[in-house]
Ligand binder design. Structure first.
Ligand code: 0L1
Ligand code: MG
Length: 260
């Protein structure tokens, strides 16, 4: 593989985010960029944000549905990071002028009560280490034209992370059957997508376990206090100015926001 300057590529991706300008795939220039190198670029992007004083609230899993993995021809999901500046309060506003071409998907989020280190982590271990689960709406905003990318492109672009809304209702994980949680995602009062928690790798706790095991390959672990987005229960829906977005998650309540 070429001798690439990961920091420089990360800065290029960050500029696209800040200038809200879509870009072509980086793999068009860096043709032999592989998944490992893409995570190095992502790590540099994270460093850039930390150096500016932003704080990671937790990791997120992406491409967790069979449909998305098949579409991308991959057998494993990907991860990225959510920062404090990405959080919009429940009922708040998403400013379209801050973003490129945002889409929204409904998710289940975990709040970790204990550190968890892989490898070999199971869903049961994750549930035992989880303090609460809650509802989430993730706004993804790929920096690439038309959301068109290869796997290394999207990993380097922090898994399209952009904004997140977290629910106000915190529930102990043993009070729920998370795979059976029914979810509807509505825009302007019309249901646009629906699903069940099982759409996320069979059970959202499996997604967190897989994340712990993926991080372990790099000597990293899940930290107590982290908020983890487990992956879309619904497909992602393109947003427009004026949209009122709301999601209902069985047992986890309703969340929403306005697009201005
Ligand atoms: O959160 C996600 O599942 C997004 C992963 C990246 C793929 C995309 O931008 O559609
Ligand atoms: Mg997501």
């Amino acid at each position: 593989m070429g001798n690439y300057n990961y920091r420089q590529i990360a800065a290029f991706l960050e500029r696209a985010e800040l200038e809200k300008k879509e870009i072509g795939r980086i793999t068009a220039d860096y043709t032999d960029l592989d998944v490992a190198a893409a995570y190095e670029i992502q790590a540099e992007l994270v460093n850039l944000k930390l150096e500016q004083g932003y704080r990671v609230i937790g990791p997120k899993m992406g491409l967790t549905s069979q449909a998305k993995m098949k579409q991308m021809k991959v057998e494993e999901p990907i991860y990225g990071y959510i920062f404090d500046y990405m959080v919009i309060p429940n009922g708040g506003q998403l400013r379209m002028r801050d973003l490129i071409h945002p889409k929204v998907e409904a998710e289940i989020a975990f709040v970790m009560g204990k550190d968890v280190s892989g490898p070999g982590v199971t869903g049961a271990q994750i549930l035992a280490a989880t303090e609460f689960v809650t509802s989430a709406l993730e706004i993804i905003d790929s920096r690439y034209e038309n959301f068109s990318f290869t796997l290394p492109d999207v990993i380097a672009d922090n898994a399209s992370s952009s904004r997140v809304i977290l629910g106000d209702r915190l529930v102990r994980p043993d009070e729920m059957e998370l795979d059976l949680v029914g979810v509807t995602l509505s825009i302007n009062g019309q249901i646009k997508a629906l699903g069940a928690g099982a759409a996320v790798l069979g059970h959202p706790a499996h997604s967190v376990a897989m994340l712990a095991n993926m991080l372990a390959r790099k000597g990293e672990s899940l930290k107590a206090g982290s908020v983890i987005l487990t992956g879309g229960v619904t497909e992602a829906i393109l947003l427009h100015v004026g949209d009122t977005v709301s999601a209902k998650l069985d047992g986890l309540g309703e969340i929403g926001f306005q697009v201005t």
